[in-house]
Design a protein around this ligand. Sequence first.
Ligand SMILES: *[C@@H]1O[C@H](CO)[C@@H](O)[C@H](O)[C@H]1NC(C)=O
Ligand SMILES: *[C@@H]1O[C@H](CO)[C@@H](O)[C@H](O)[C@H]1NC(C)=O
Ligand SMILES: *[C@@H]1O[C@H](CO)[C@@H](O)[C@H](O)[C@H]1NC(C)=O
Ligand SMILES: *[C@@H]1O[C@H](CO)[C@@H](O)[C@H](O)[C@H]1NC(C)=O
Length: 231
Amino acid sequence: MYAVFVCVGVFAFANGYVNIALYKQAYQHNSEAGDTFNASNAVDGRKSNLSVDGGQCAVSYWGKKTATWWVNLYSIHSIHHIAIYFMTNNQPLGPSNLLTKYILGFSVYVSNTTDRLQGTLCYKDDNFTLFTMPAVFTTTCPVHGQYVIYYNERRQGVTNPDDYSKYVFTGLCEVEVYGCPATGYFGSNCSVPCPDVNCQYCHIETGTCQGCKPGYQGHRCELGKAAYVQL
Ligand SMILES: *[C@@H]1O[C@H](CO)[C@@H](O)[C@H](O)[C@H]1NC(C)=O
Ligand SMILES: *[C@@H]1O[C@H](CO)[C@@H](O)[C@H](O)[C@H]1NC(C)=O
Ligand SMILES: *[C@@H]1O[C@H](CO)[C@@H](O)[C@H](O)[C@H]1NC(C)=O
Ligand SMILES: *[C@@H]1O[C@H](CO)[C@@H](O)[C@H](O)[C@H]1NC(C)=O
């Protein structure tokens, strides 16, 4: 019996953060009907064929000025980092890959709604070039939210660097969102309860409370509703 518990403990410890986006509902603007380019291809766990017609990537229409994709985590989750596998046509990204210029300038948000502007901007690319754009991009974003949103745009009247494309599309073969499967816990195994007993959302690395359970207030959620009303 003791041995069984030790095994389970070791297994859970080795697990770390889990990909909480896998098989969840995904959506993209300007999408063609059918499976080949479907938004859900970016959360299906498949990333062995990164070509446009491989059926494993989310691809919105060409010739648009904005590109929007999101995954719905179904409830508010504690997120640690997000990894994006871009569509590459199975070639290295770089100046000779025609897809690279469509990725430049992208941004990643975490929001509690499908509106990116109500959420937290995790990353906005003003750093990469045709030469430095990685095929797999990872950003740390230790916040709570229900939607992870990929966005890119080529606005009229905005002057972009010369290496940027004129139009954008999604081109996401996999978007992995690593975090905790349940709220109220933190730490690299999501196994440590939030230090403040009435805290519902605590920082995934530090445990600092970021949101209390209903009916509680205060920095450490130490104020019950009745007590708070009396103050
Ligand atoms: C994408 O796939 C999902 C489930 O596989 C399906 O419900 C949805 O209609 C598809 N979307 C499009 C635009 O075809
Ligand atoms: C990717 O899929 C396409 C379309 O089915 C196919 O032609 C190509 O050989 C595949 N490439 C790889 C590396 O699997
Ligand atoms: C989502 O809601 C939770 C609970 O109110 C809050 O703690 C969190 O900051 C919100 N997330 C974003 C990205 O606004
Ligand atoms: C900026 O680009 C360089 C490669 O040129 C990369 O090493 C670095 O991580 C990037 N910084 C950010 C914040 O993305």
